[in-house]
Design a protein around this ligand. Structure first.
Ligand SMILES: Cc1cc2nc3c(=O)[nH]c(=O)nc-3n(C[C@H](O)[C@H](O)[C@H](O)COP(=O)(O)OP(=O)(O)OC[C@H]3O[C@@H](n4cnc5c(N)ncnc54)[C@H](O)[C@@H]3O)c2cc1C
Length: 311
């Protein structure tokens, strides 16, 4: 399976595959498991379906690395337009953005200005905007820029990664600020110097940080806790903790990726818990999709079954 993971990760960087794969019908069919489609309309249609079950969504537009700062305003415009569509349709989705997509590599000021525009438009429809946490080269800059924009726009939330050793320290000022915080395990390949590499350690860290986010002190500061994980053990532990602390079920939320642990998403929603599903869409789907397969190589068999059986 180690081999499968490397094959998938190198496939994710193949330009030829990227250009050809979407034309193959079985690839199109198989991708539907994790991605309802390439367009915003596809993401909105999937949101409409999920909202029937009282699950709503977070939308993120997949992009490639930016080479010019002007490309960042095109990304920002896309999110502004998407929020306009939310206003029209009344769907309850929120947006999640990557600061590198908003121009962070080119200019922190441009990225901040783009995030502010999106935050203002989200506030106009009463929504949050989430800032994703990227690889460790960006942690400090992401936190800094978040603090800068959050000082003026309270509807901006941020993701933090439980696998990073520094996160326990980063969390405290975010709690003092009463921020909306999304806790995730972390998706990048980080060195042991910076990150816990052992699964058990990551899970322990997740639970410790999650408990802190649900603490009376965090609640008094106005923290909104979001748990971005499919790990049912952690989800059960945090849900129990929140119930025992007497928290209203809408006072925090569980977030998962579209198509993953579908039955768990539905069960939590039926229990009256707040669930959001993150939908990624966009033309730059291919590298993203290959990384999802690499995360769990068993998914490759799912794709193969689709390819052979047409299901
Ligand atoms: C809403 C949301 C936002 C995120 N934002 C960020 C971010 O800003 N920065 C960042 O670094 N990471 C982000 N992530 C990714 C996160 O860091 C993890 O890489 C990812 O969620 C997998 O970890 P897990 O917590 O689900 O636990 P794991 O221990 O990886 O998985 C637990 C169980 O979930 C199921 N599962 C997990 N992944 C898959 C999959 N691909 N296919 C099928 N089953 C699967 C499996 O049954 C697995 O046993 C986000 C994740 C979510 C859900």
């Amino acid at each position: 399976m180690g081999l499968m993971r490397s094959v998938l990760l190198s496939a994710s960087q193949s330009t030829w595959l990227r250009e050809h794969a979407m034309k193959w019908p079985f690839v199109r069919r198989a991708t539907r498991r994790f991605m309802p489609g390439e367009s915003l309309d596809d993401a909105l249609a999937a949101t409409r379906e999920l909202e029937r079950e009282n699950i709503t969504t977070i939308l993120t537009h997949l992009g490639e690395n930016l080479t010019r700062v002007e490309e960042a305003s095109v990304v920002a415009e896309h999110y502004l337009n998407a929020q306009e569509r939310l206003r029209e349709t009344g769907l309850r989705s929120e947006m999640s953005v990557k600061l590198t997509q908003l121009g962070l590599d080119q200019s922190a000021d441009v990225a901040a200005a783009n995030l502010e525009r999106i935050a203002v438009s989200a506030a106009g429809i009463g929504r949050r905007v989430w800032v994703d946490m990227e690889g460790s080269a960006y942690t400090e800059r992401t936190l800094e820029l978040f603090r800068r924009v959050r000082a003026r726009h309270a509807n901006v939330g941020i993701a933090v990664q439980a696998y990073l050793r520094r996160t326990a320290g980063d969390l405290e000022p975010l709690i003092a600020l009463g921020a909306a915080i999304r806790l995730v395990k972390g998706a990048y390949d980080e060195p042991a110097r910076l990150a816990f590499r052992d699964r058990r350690e990551v899970n322990e860290s997740y639970l410790r940080l999650g408990r802190r986010m649900l603490s009376a002190e965090a609640r008094a500061a106005g923290v909104f806790a979001a748990f971005g994980t499919h790990d049912h053990v952690l989800i059960e532990a945090l849900a129990t903790l929140a119930d025992e602390a007497g928290l209203a079920r809408g006072a925090y939320e569980f977030e998962m990726l579209y198509g993953i642990r579908r039955e768990l998403q539905s069960r939590l929603a039926r229990e009256g818990r707040r669930v959001r599903v993150l939908i990624s869409y966009g033309e730059a789907w291919f590298p993203w999709y290959m990384r999802r397969l690499a995360e769990k190589p068993a998914n490759v068999w799912f794709v193969m079954r689709n390819a052979l059986g047409g299901g």
